[in-house]
Design a protein around this ligand. Sequence first.
Ligand SMILES: Cc1cc2nc3c(=O)[nH]c(=O)nc-3n(C[C@H](O)[C@H](O)[C@H](O)COP(=O)(O)O)c2cc1C
Length: 199
Amino acid sequence: MTKVLVLYHSTYGHIETMAYAVAEGAKSEGADVTVMRVPELVSDEVAKASHYKMDQAAPIATPADLEAYDAIIVGAGTRFGTVASQMRNFWDQTGGQWFTGKLIGKLGSVFTSSATQHGGQESTILSFIPTFLHHGMVVAGLPYSFQGQMGTEEVMGNSPYGASTITNGDGSRMPSEIELAGARFQGAHVAKLAAKLAS
Ligand SMILES: Cc1cc2nc3c(=O)[nH]c(=O)nc-3n(C[C@H](O)[C@H](O)[C@H](O)COP(=O)(O)O)c2cc1C
């Protein structure tokens, strides 16, 4: 059975919600899916004062966990147009996996969120892709066969680079139906491709 890891970081729960939608999509293709998150770097004191969502059920991953999966789907919010440092810090500890080529040939994909429509979703995803390529991984996005990304009737995330959601400056907007559909589609797409790669 194809093994898919959804690996995320989420401060206020937006990416956490998207992560479970991605997982649902991958499961719909018969994959064995695990959702994990990367360690928080902010102190408990600061996290509480900033109203972080502290109750997140997903277990904390270690770099060695990555080795067990055929596909790794990474989700993290935009920070100044690039990926949150918690996710960056995790991957900066994968030198051992790089040195031993443990991730070569696996599939990688990214989803994200930002406060504003043009706050950097595409740059966040695109700036993460070199990490996959240095590891010898193959990259997948959100193909236009997900027609939901074509419309202009409503404010929404999603792009050919990956699913995404817009949170509002105050974080009040949770992922919309079309954004969750994009996340599910990406999960299913990655699971299908990973099964082909593994065969
Ligand atoms: C330090 C910092 C920098 C941020 N930079 C951006 C940014 O460049 N563009 C943007 O639209 N949102 C930005 N945001 C908002 C986050 O992207 C948003 O809170 C996050 O996507 C919410 O998802 P989460 O609750 O799953 O972490 C920033 C937030 C913080 C705390």
